[in-house]
Design a protein. Sequence first.
Length: 77
Amino acid sequence: MRLVADGTTPIPRRVLAEDLETDDGYAFEPASPLFPAAGDRISFEGDRLVVVRAGGDRLSPAGGWSTRCGPGSPRRR
């Protein structure tokens, strides 16, 4: 399932997000499984992943960046 990480588009249903790829070839890999719920919104703020719950709570899960394409993949951001 493709999730939009623009900070405004709510997730339509609860999902397991093992990694979140960006359009420029990077991926954020959470340190532990991430289960955003229906209505949560996801965004990238700098190098951090931010999940805004439907109730307004903000979470910033631990994790790291890697590349998915290009020379030397996978590589840390």
